[in-house]
Write a protein that binds this ligand. Structure first.
Ligand SMILES: Cc1cc2nc3c(=O)[nH]c(=O)nc-3n(C[C@H](O)[C@H](O)[C@H](O)COP(=O)(O)OP(=O)(O)OC[C@H]3O[C@@H](n4cnc5c(N)ncnc54)[C@H](O)[C@@H]3O)c2cc1C
Length: 382
């Protein structure tokens, strides 16, 4: 349900922009210095209502339509990557749970997550298997309890979360069959949680490596049926999430471009500002065109998803592929415009450049996006 009119959306956009340019910059500096995201940032984002922008009003959300929410996410993505990560995950993960949740599960998990009171980490990737139907973590069922064994890694908020939204399979099954989605309590017994710090970008966000050894999980914590685990992970949730990541690339690219424009105006060499040199102004013009093209494709994919177009899935992959490649080009040129000083941590572009690289993995690599698009292009030949 839409719970907000045009004036309301414009007010949210103004509020978010003021946050990004004001307190967001202070948080960014703190995160880079400490290497940690302080609890007060989570609380601040929750209290400002930024974690429940996209959820429906009846769930306690702001009810901003998806394609308009993307405009908000675009602005948020101009901030530190960890700020973007919190806002993106919290505004999206409810969707994967909600489509399969019973009323009781909605009360227990979805509504508190939308309210920002429950932190849920999407827990799919494994160190010893490919992402998706290849997964190896498995459960054995005894009465009303599953016993979970296996390993996960690279899990965003996997250390600090309250629940892992975890994908596993019934022991002895293979492929998509027998996969299931479980909400596993962060404090359940039989789990080793290791923090995976030391990332190239998105500093401050915690990531986990998890080892489960017959960890008990109540059957009541299963979303959907046995066999529908990958539908929870990749079904109705993946398309909007991929489009949201594409828009995150657009926002971050806009930040890089802004920094490059500022620098090109301010820095003088051989008696003229850099901006007066054709080589520099052309690089900035190419960036502007690149950003706008990716932005429009992303918004188109979002509107087609809202309209129920069957091509929305492949459009989401096209948008993600296009946006992430655009981001690589734009951040590279933006750093070049800065000259050598851009290579130093004292320049914001240094952080933006590192953060941009992470987007190549989120919601599927370029190779996976091309596989999805090729399936539509080539049909059954594949
Ligand atoms: C910052 C960050 C945060 C993350 N957060 C999460 C999270 O919260 N939850 C989560 O579950 N995961 C998370 N991940 C993991 C991310 O989803 C994976 O890194 C990504 O899906 C790629 O999987 P992989 O690392 O296992 O690479 P691999 O599967 O080992 O792939 C290595 C390379 O080979 C390519 N490749 C693999 N298989 C094929 C194939 N069949 N055909 C063609 N090419 C192939 C890949 O595209 C990639 O380029 C995160 C990763 C990063 C970097």
């Amino acid at each position: 349900m839409t719970g907000i009119d045009e004036a309301g959306i414009q007010a949210v956009l103004a509020e978010v922009e003021a946050f990004v340019r004001g307190p967001g910059e202070e948080y960014a500096a703190e995160i880079e210095q400490s290497g940690m995201v302080a609890d007060k940032l989570w609380a601040d984002l929750r209290d400002r209502g930024f974690l429940r922008l996209a959820a429906p009003v009846e769930y306690g959300g702001r009810g901003i339509p998806f394609s308009r929410y993307l405009e908000v996410l675009e602005l948020i993505s101009m901030s530190h990557a960890s700020v973007r990560m919190i806002v993106h995950v919290c505004n999206g993960v409810w969707r994967s749970m909600d489509q399969f949740a019973t009323d009781a599960q909605r009360e227990r998990f979805v509504l508190p997550q939308v309210a920002g009171d429950l932190r849920v980490a999407f827990t799919l990737t494994e160190p010893t298997a490919g992402t998706g139907a290849d997964l190896r973590s498995s459960v054995e069922r005894e009465g009303e309890t599953y016993y979970l064994s296996g390993e996960k890694h690279l899990i965003t908020f996997g250390v600090s979360c309250d629940y892992w939204l975890l994908f596993a399979r019934l022991a002895g099954t293979s492929g998509k069959d027998g996969t299931l989605a479980l909400l596993v309590d962060r404090d359940a017994p039989g789990v080793i949680v290791e923090s995976m710090s030391g990332t190239m970008g998105v500093r401050g966000t915690d990531h986990a490596r998890l080892v489960f050894n017959r960890t008990p999980v109540p059957v009541a914590n299963r979303l959907g049926d046995e066999g529908s685990g990958l539908d929870v992970a990749l079904g109705g949730f993946l398309t909007p999430s991929r489009i949201a990541v594409a828009m995150s690339c657009v926002g971050l690219a806009r930040r890089a471009q802004e920094l490059a424009v500022e620098h090109a105006r301010a820095r003088t060499t051989f008696g003229k500002p850099l901006a007066a040199r054709q080589a520099i102004s052309f690089a900035l013009a190419e960036n502007a065109a690149d950003i706008e093209a990716a932005r429009q494709l992303t918004l188109y994919a979002a509107r087609q998803w809202e309209d129920g177009d069957v091509r929305a899935g492949s459009l989401s992959s096209m948008a993600k592929l296009t946006a992430v490649d655009m981001l690589t080009r734009v951040t590279d040129k933006a750093l070049q415009v800065h000259g050598g000083i851009g290579f130093w941590e004292s320049s914001t572009i240094e952080r933006v450049y590192r953060d941009a690289r992470a987007q190549r993995f989120e919601e599927g690599t370029n190779e996976i996006q091309k596989t999805v698009i090729a399936r539509e292009v080539l049909g059954s030949v594949q």
